[in-house]
Design a protein around this ligand. Structure first.
Ligand SMILES: NC(=O)c1ccc[n+]([C@@H]2O[C@H](COP(=O)([O-])OP(=O)(O)OC[C@H]3O[C@@H](n4cnc5c(N)ncnc54)[C@H](O)[C@@H]3O)[C@@H](O)[C@H]2O)c1
Ligand SMILES: O=C(O)C(=O)C[C@@H](O)[C@H](O)[C@H](O)COP(=O)(O)O
Ligand SMILES: [Zn+2]
Length: 360
């Protein structure tokens, strides 16, 4: 299958997508590296680490396994990886491989961006969500006060996406990944959005999956090529994330998945868009699709004031003013500075709309 090529400011890189291509990794890695450090998590290590180690080209291969989940995007795990890299004598001609979902990708990518001021890394994504996280070079760890607040823009040298690894994902992770696909469709492709709304997440074969992943990646690729460092249109990829990141931080990282939070955030973005532009968007249809595919809506009671404060630590905020990505129409995104008071009341109304209790 022809790779998708992305031109970044420093280099161009290929995204290879296909069935069982993890076994071809050594074929894709043409450069001779002095050593390779594979970063993965406990679950992915059990499933796929040996497959990779067996096919990697040379002898100085090391691995480090982090705990499963969002909490590993932490200073502690970042420091563990750096220690492992130093103790294993990685040098500037070494490579890091991120084998896993978005957590591993963001964490290992940030480690690669900072080890000896930056060494090469390759993304080997193993979740549907990671079609998004492995592309575009945003790498980061979390801070207690906000998501991804410590990070960099540091594109990978290559992405090798073996869709067969996605067969072992739990339903929850399938839902999570599809929320980002819905986001990409909403910002750029109306017919893709309708295709997704007609997709039952319990019945997706590899053919359909590859088609959806490629469509999503192409939307993202076009945007990041034009605006790698988010000075303008890359903000559109943050549709739904203003509330999503606030929810993730407020509920405790890992309590709901990133994609589940994005799903709620997308509904909120449509809710605010309808009020702001006095337009009609497929809010109710999308809510029904999320519900029929069992996205979790049962959240503990939430305090809108606390969520507002968290939304202010969003990276899009300027001078403590919240900026949201809204939709004038499907595939017509824009970034709007929203008034605090108005947003507060809309957040209250939205929580009622999705039947989440309000806590004082
Ligand atoms: N950098 C970006 O542009 C970007 C984009 C979107 C999301 N993200 C980040 O990505 C993270 C979420 O990524 P995620 O949803 O992949 O989470 P994740 O990496 O935690 O993976 C989800 C779960 O699936 C398991 N898993 C991974 N691959 C598996 C497989 N093939 N089979 C079975 N289980 C598997 C993991 O062990 C984990 O328990 C968040 O931190 C989010 O902020 C970053
Ligand atoms: O690539 C981007 O740009 C995105 O915004 C993709 C998002 O799905 C992703 O969750 C990203 O990490 C959020 O970025 P942040 O800058 O708000 O942390
Ligand atoms: Zn996201």
């Amino acid at each position: 299958m022809e790779p998708i090529i992305i031109q970044s400011s420093s280099h161009s890189y290929a995204i290879h997508i296909g069935e069982n291509i993890r076994y071809d990794l050594s074929h894709y890695i043409t450069k001779k590296y002095s050593s390779i450090l594979v970063v993965t998590d406990e679950k992915v290590a059990d499933l796929y680490l040996n497959d990779l180690i067996q096919v990697l080209p040379q002898s100085n291969i090391y691995s480090i396994i982090v705990p499963v989940g969002e909490q590993s995007k932490s200073m502690e795990q970042f420091h563990r990886i750096q220690t492992k890299a130093i103790e294993s004598h990685l040098d500037r001609e070494s490579l890091i491989i991120a084998l896993g979902g978005g957590v591993v990708g963001d964490l290992a990518g940030f480690a690669a961006a900072t080890f000896m001021r930056g060494i090469n890394y390759i993304q080997v994504p193993t979740t549907i969500l990671a079609h998004d996280s492995s592309v575009g070079g945003k790498v980061a760890i979390n801070h207690k006060l906000g998501k991804n607040l410590i990070g960099s823009f540091y594109p990978p040298k290559m992405v090798v996406y073996d869709v067969n690894t996605l067969q072992s994902l739990k339903k929850k992770e399938v839902r999570s990944g599809y929320a980002e696909l819905v986001k990409e469709a909403l910002i750029a492709n109306k017919s893709f959005f309708h295709t997704l709304l007609n997709t039952n997440l319990n019945h997706i074969d590899n053919f359909k999956l590859i088609d959806h992943l490629k469509k999503g990646i192409k939307i993202k690729a076009k945007i990041v090529e034009e605006d790698e460092k988010e000075a303008g249109i890359r903000k559109y990829l943050n549709l739904g994330h203003t509330l999503a990141h606030a929810l993730e931080a407020e509920l405790g990282y890992g309590t709901i998945t990133h994609g589940e939070a994005v799903a709620l955030g997308l509904l909120f973005a449509l809710f605010v868009s309808e009020n702001h532009f006095n337009n009609k968007l497929p809010l109710e249809d999308l809510k029904k699709w999320f519900q029929s595919n069992k996205y979790p809506f049962q959240l503990p009671a939430l305090n809108p004031e606390v969520l507002m404060a968290k939304m202010k630590s969003d990276k899009k905020a300027v001078n403590n003013n919240i900026q949201m990505v809204l939709l004038k129409e499907i595939a017509e995104p824009c970034v709007i500075e929203v008034d605090d008071n108005a947003l507060y009341f809309q957040l209250q109304a939205f929580l009622e709309y999705i039947q989440v209790k309000i806590r004082n």
